[in-house]
Every structure is written in C-alpha cells, then in structure tokens.
Design a protein around this ligand. Structure first.
Ligand code: BGC
Length: 325
C-alpha cells in the first residue's frame, strides 16, 4: 500500500514537471517563432510599464510595428527605476534585438550602453527625453525646453497681478523635467509679478503630486498657481486642492492630455494643459528605425508637436478638431 502511494506521489510530481516545462518550452518556441516571422525585432524601453502616458507611446509604436512587419517588445520597470531601466537596456543589447528605442537618461552609464549597442550594430533612438551627447542615432519627442517656455508664456497671458507659483516636477533627475522647468523659468524671469516660490517632486505618481501640493500649501498659504510638469501631476494637484479647499482656488496648469486631465479641464478644476503627442512619438520612432535599416539616416532631432489646451478646446472629454473650432 505504502509503495503504491509512493509511486502515485512520484508520478504526480514528474507529471507536473512535464506539464510545466512542456508549457515553458512551448512558450519560448512560440516567442522565438513570432520574432523570426518578422523582418525586425525592436525593443521599446519605457520609464514605467503601466503608466498611461507610456501606454500611448506603446500604442503608436505597436501600430507602426504592425504596418512595418516589426516585432515590438515593450519592456521596462513597473515603477520608475533608473537601475532597472539600465539593466533592461543591457538585457536588450544581449538579446541582440535589431533596434532599441529608449527614454534618454542622464546617468553616466547611459552613453556607455549606447556605445555597447552601436558596437554591436544595434541602432539606438531616444524617445520622450533626449540625451544628445550620448551618440544615440536620433531623438523623437517634445522640445521640452520650448514646452516649458510655452507653459510660462501661457501663465503670463492668462493671469493678472502678482502670482506666487509652485511647481510639481515628476523626477528631479529626468532631463525632460529639468528642461521644462528651465524653459518655464526663462519665460517668467523678466516678469516681476511672477514669483516661483517652491518645487516639489512627485516621482511621477498622483499621490506624490498630491502630497507635494499639500506640503506646499501648508508651508506657503498664498500660492496662486500650481504647475504640474509630468502627466499625472495635474491630477494629483487637484486632489490635494479639493481636500484642503483653500479660500481662493489656485490656477492649475498641467501637462499632457490624459483623459482624466481633459475631464478636469472641462470641469474647470485644471485651467490649461501643455499638449504632447506620445502616440505620434511611438509611431514615428518605429518608422524612423525601419528607415535606418533602409539606409535613410533619420534626422538627429525630430520634435513632435506641442500646444496649449483649455476648456474651450474640449467637448465631452475629446479635443475638438482644429477645423471645427
Ligand atoms: C513625461 C514622461 C513621464 C510621464 C510621467 C510625461 O509628461 O513626458 O517623461 O514619464 O509624464 O507620467
């Protein structure tokens, strides 16, 4: 009896192993054959896999990938993490993909990885944020300094009298955030009535932006403007303002066109946002990478559009097309 039970246990264990490894082998085989059935295999390395803004970049990139017979891998850290992003970059080089599209980083290891990739004949493009000295092949994305400048000019146009401005920045080490802030400061530097009184970091999360706003409001009662520099900051700023409910409501200037931001603009909780076009960035980066393989050297800097969106530009959560305005 005991031998029979022992036999049965052994059988169950080996059967489970067979199913598990069989499935794994099947999965790997299937992945390899999907890769091989395409002309190219590109990697898009995101800042944060689940971030809504990066999902839009992925969407555009996937569309272009489908149209150009590219197998596109969307990879990166779950939550913003430079170490993990650099590791992913290195892993993609080791995987010998045909092209890497990655958010540019200031870390000194970034140019080293670009070199490593290029030594192996893997072209590298930066997206959303550039690092022009890294020797990457090309950049597709917003002109971040100009976008920040535009934000500053908008504020000057839209407000009257003395303004005390607080800024919520996504990540202090991210060059696009620093460029936007520098552009913003440049725009307001000669305007006496504009005063920047504090900057807080959200770590690109809504809750981080809400916490920062809360602290800033507590420490400086008289803030009249909040400027959120990355995609979820405006949403977090509004959450904190709603909670604190200050006697006079600050003007809120946000970044990006995420659905919740548009809805908050329609409901007059955010007064304006700087538009970026992440879907176009993803699409263009993949198309240009394909061009690289067709010996058409892409332009080194390819800026996508920016603009300002206000309440009158939105209807039922959608941007009204320009020709209908
Ligand atoms: C920035 C991205 C950032 C995202 C965070 C966007 O405005 O361009 O670099 O990852 O916000 O939500």
């Amino acid at each position: 009896m005991l031998r029979k039970i022992g036999f049965l246990v052994l059988f169950i264990i080996s059967f489970s192993f067979m199913i598990y490894y069989g499935k794994e082998t099947f999965y790997i085989d299937q992945k390899a054959s999907t890769e091989m059935s395409h002309d190219y295999h590109f990697a898009l390395i995101t800042e944060e896999v689940g971030n809504e803004y990066w999902r839009l970049i992925e969407k555009g990139a996937k569309q272009a990938a489908e149209e150009n017979d590219v197998y596109l891998e969307y990879v990166g850290p779950k939550l913003a993490d430079d170490e993990e992003r650099l590791e992913t970059f290195d892993r993609m080089i080791a995987a010998d993909v045909d092209g890497i599209i990655v958010k540019g980083m200031n870390d000194e290891r970034f140019p080293q990885l670009v070199k490593k990739a290029k030594d192996r004949k893997i072209p590298v493009a930066t997206i959303d944020t550039d690092n022009p000295t890294s020797n990457r092949d090309f950049y597709v994305g917003t002109d971040n300094f100009q976008a920040g400048y535009l934000a500053g000019r908008t504020l000057i146009k839209e407000t009257e009298g003395k303004q005390k401005i607080a800024v919520i920045i996504g990540l202090k080490e991210a060059q696009n955030q620093l460029d936007r802030l520098a552009g913003f400061e440049k725009a307001i530097e000669d305007v006496d009535r504009m005063e920047l009184i504090g900057v807080s970091e959200s770590r690109i999360t809504e809750v981080g932006a809400a916490d920062g706003t809360y602290q800033l409001l507590k420490n400086h009662g008289n803030i009249t403007v909040f400027f959120g520099v990355s995609a979820l900051d405006g949403i977090g700023i509004v959450q904190a303002i709603e909670e604190i409910n200050p006697t006079s409501r600050p003007y809120v200037l946000a970044f990006d066109l995420l659905p919740e931001t548009l809805s908050l603009i329609e409901n007059d909780k955010i007064q304006a946002t700087v538009a970026q076009y992440p879907q176009e960035m993803g699409q263009q980066a993949v198309e240009q990478m394909v061009q690289w393989y067709q010996n058409q050297q892409p332009d080194s800097i390819q800026h996508t559009e920016t603009g300002i969106i206000k309440q009158e530009d939105i209807l039922n959560g959608e941007i009204i097309p320009k020709e209908e305005q």
